[in-house]
Design a binder for this molecule. Structure first.
Ligand code: PLP
Length: 369
């Protein structure tokens, strides 16, 4: 008997169900990252980081934002992000996961309702789990289902505020939320609307402002712009009214009791926002790649293409075979996606070209036949 036996057993149970995860090296053509605009290792961004180091930007913040860790780079980034996205203010977090946990655990009150899309990201679930509001799922992208959930809750006599939680572009399905209809519903219900723009920021909208661009700045709208995907960096910007930002600063435990993000990271994100604004050609090139892929793979009009194979073990076998052939494609299984919908998540980035996409499409057709 070893003190580690229970953990060994739990892992072998996962393996038995084809659900054991493990870290594998990065190799082959990139069809797996979220580095959609190829910025993560772009010379322009590298140069900006070197310049930031040269002008003395610190690597470590040295403390939490509320203590000594509040760096001018954080404040400059937040001011620039708010101006760019059109929100009253913005607050920088170390990761999107931390930001979503903070939003959903802190802003809705115990008497409130969160109606969230059935496919919302795990980080939003984490926040809801930590918070005190009632959380109910609504069928994916079905605005009537959202409205019905709100009516049912009101019919039970509840008087709190409603929070509607969605992603603008779904991370595992690549489809887009009906944001205008959701905003109408939010206005009708005097509800808040929280829009996770993780996969749309930098890729969609005027100058890469995302799909919720027109909604930013409204007092009931909170948007989340993660910086580790198309922006090629790390961290996340929550764009929201100042009173809500002040609430996070005062109440979000993950913000208060955590070392502030690296100032160098903030400087990198500042540079990246500048690049997405001034280099529309990256977005245009990605749009051409998405259009090309759409002729060969079952796309939804975005850079995220789910090839649903259904069964977990088969999905992982096909993904491994693709990796063997030099395509870095990852299989996605439950609980990340609903049971029975295991899939290859093909992600298009500027790190690949049309020839590689065509070769991948042929390999998927052959291996999944
Ligand atoms: C929709 C969505 N929201 C939030 C996150 C978390 O962001 P981060 O990777 O910066 O923690 C992710 C990351 O996978 C995501 O896909």
């Amino acid at each position: 008997m070893s003190i580690l036996d229970a953990h060994r057993e739990a892992l072998s149970l996962l393996a038995h169900r084809s659900r054991r995860r493990s870290l594998i090296p990065r190799r082959g053509h990139d069809f797996a990252s979220n580095d959609y605009l190829g910025l993560a290792n772009a010379p322009d961004l590298r140069r900006a980081v070197v310049e930031a180091l040269d002008r003395g930007v610190a690597i470590g913040a040295g403390g939490s934002r509320l203590l000594r860790g509040n760096d001018p780079e954080h404040e400059a980034l937040e001011a620039e992000a708010a101006a760019f996205f059109g929100s009253e203010t913005a607050l920088f977090f170390s990761t999107g996961f931390a930001a979503n946990s903070a939003i959903f655990s802190t802003l809705p009150a115990g008497r409130d309702l969160i109606v969230h899309d059935a496919l919302i990201h795990a980080s939003a679930h984490e926040g809801m789990r930590l918070g005190r509001a009632t959380a109910v799922p609504a069928a994916h992208n079905d605005v009537d289902a959202y409205a019905d959930a709100i009516s049912a809750w009101r019919a039970d006599g509840n008087k709190g505020r409603v929070w509607i939680a969605v992603e603008s572009l779904y991370s595992m399905d690549g489809d887009i939320a009906p944001l205008d209809a959701l905003a109408e519903l939010a206005e009708r219900e005097q509800a808040f609307l929280v829009i996770d723009e993780a996969h749309a920021t930098g890729v969609f909208g005027d100058k890469g402002r995302g799909l919720a661009d027109a909604l930013d700045g409204r007092e009931y709208v909170v948007t989340l712009r993660t910086c580790g995907k198309a922006l090629g960096c790390e961290g996340a910007l929550v764009c929201l009214p100042r009173v809500l930002s002040d609430t996070l600063v005062n109440k979000a435990r993950g913000f208060i009791f955590s070392t502030a993000p690296s100032p160098l990271s903030a400087a990198a994100v500042r540079a990246s926002l500048q690049l997405i604004r001034t280099q529309p050609e990256r977005r245009e090139r990605l749009a051409r790649l998405v259009a090309f892929a759409g002729t060969r793979l079952p796309g939804q009009g975005s850079q995220i293409i789910p090839v649903i194979l259904g069964e977990d073990a088969r999905t992982m076998t096909v993904a491994a075979a693709l990796q063997e052939r030099g395509f870095d494609v990852r299989g996605i299984r439950p609980p990340t996606v609903p049971a029975g919908t295991a899939r290859l998540r093909v992600s298009l980035t500027l790190n690949v070209d049309e020839t590689m996409v065509a070769a991948l499409a042929d390999a998927i057709a052959e291996l999944s036949a």
